[in-house]
Design a protein around this ligand. Structure first.
Ligand code: SF4
Length: 360
């Protein structure tokens, strides 16, 4: 779509605000260029209206290459996993999840790191280990690639969740820069109320997130109700215990109608007892919340099993009886390994099987 020049002298513009553009090889109209770059239609139809001089300027100074789409895998439930290759060859994944046929909206589950070093025992991504941080431009580019291929063109219909590869709060400088770009009304204009950062529970970084000028919503991947169990399945629990986490959530400043999401992956016989439900309900009191119960997706080599439907229902009912707002997230994209905690499995599988034709 765009001419290629050696990229050594060029920078990616996807994390540059109009003000940044104005100070770095300023184009004629930085706000115009920003608006054009941060627009889904541009990546479907090409950069219009820059004039030959403007186009030459952009090509000379800015690297407009988006990540290469290596494969896409569609699930029966309508979600699609995109495997992307970055400029240095690193691979990350984005999951595209349409949500309603009428008045369609799309949730994009995006990555913040290549791999992850947090070591959660139930998570397939953890098996990769940490490889590197994503740049803000690479984070924004995931959104551009996914929407270019699968929509929606109207960016106000996009919801972003940082629940793909990586612990976003370990990469807060780049994640926060990307969020500011994604939310900038001069570009994609995705409301901050529709951008959620999910953390495994890094207390100091939760406090830092709370102070961001462009602050996203917060989700905590909780997954246990005692420190002993949490530490055994999430090593971060040895550093920040449940009390410290809860105190961080209690002081997190919520906008009106905003809730903190508590994500709770159910592991049979580990964290799904009635007592766990009671303790979870107690943990969630004192701040506006929604508890997102996630039936775990079993994968080979992990000593956990899936909670039965009966136990799931009993767990949910006990919390509801205690006045907790609960939703059950049936993981989407399960059959393409795009569901929660499954991302790397598809990547490993792709290495072993022929690559799908690039469509995205
Ligand atoms: S659950 Fe999240 S924080 Fe934990 S290892 Fe997986 S990607 Fe990292």
């Amino acid at each position: 779509m765009f001419d290629e020049l050696p990229s050594t002298t060029r920078v990616s513009p996807f994390a540059l605000t109009p003000e940044d553009l104005a100070t770095r090889h300023p184009p004629n109209d930085p706000a115009y260029l920003f608006r054009r770059l941060l627009r889904v239609r541009t990546w479907r139809e090409g950069l219009p209206d820059l004039g030959s001089e403007g186009r030459a300027h952009v090509d000379a100074h800015y690297d407009l290459a988006l990540p290469e789409v290596i494969s896409q895998s569609s699930s029966d439930d309508g979600s699609t996993k995109l495997l992307l290759r970055l400029a240095d060859g690193a691979e990350i994944e984005v999951v595209h999840m349409p949500r309603a046929v009428k008045n369609p909206r799309v949730t994009l589950c995006i990555s913040s790191q290549v791999g992850c070093g947090m070591g959660c025992r139930f998570c397939a991504t953890a098996t990769m280990g940490f490889r590197r941080q994503l740049t803000a431009a690479e984070i924004v580019a995931q959104v551009l690639v996914a929407t270019r291929e699968l929509g929606p063109e109207d960016s106000t219909r996009i919801t972003i969740v940082f629940m793909g590869m990586g612990e976003p709060l370990q990469n807060l400088p780049e994640v926060s820069k990307a969020i500011a770009i994604l939310a900038d009304e001069r570009g994609l204009g995705i409301p901050v109320g529709r951008i959620t950062v999910s953390t495994s529970g890094l207390v100091p970084q939760i406090d830092t997130l709370a102070q961001l000028p462009v602050r996203p919503c917060l989700a905590l991947s909780l997954n246990a109700t005692t420190d002993a169990i949490r530490s055994s399945i999430m090593p971060v629990g040895k550093t920040w215990n449940l009390q410290a986490l809860r105190e961080a959530l209690l002081r997190f400043p919520l906008r009106s109608h905003e809730k903190i999401t508590l994500e709770y992956v159910l592991l049979a016989g580990v964290n799904d007892s009635d007592d766990d439900a009671t303790r979870l309900a107690a943990f969630a009191t004192g701040f506006r919340h929604v508890v997102n119960v996630i039936p775990w997706n079993a994968w080979e080599g992990v000593p956990y099993t899936e909670t039965s439907e009966e136990r799931l229902q009993a767990f949910v009912k006990r919390m509801q009886d205690a006045g907790v707002l609960v939703t059950v997230r049936r993981s989407r994209g399960r059959d393409v390994a795009a569901a929660c905690g499954q991302l790397v499995r598809a990547q490993e599988k792709n290495r072993r099987s022929p690559r799908l034709p690039v469509m995205l």
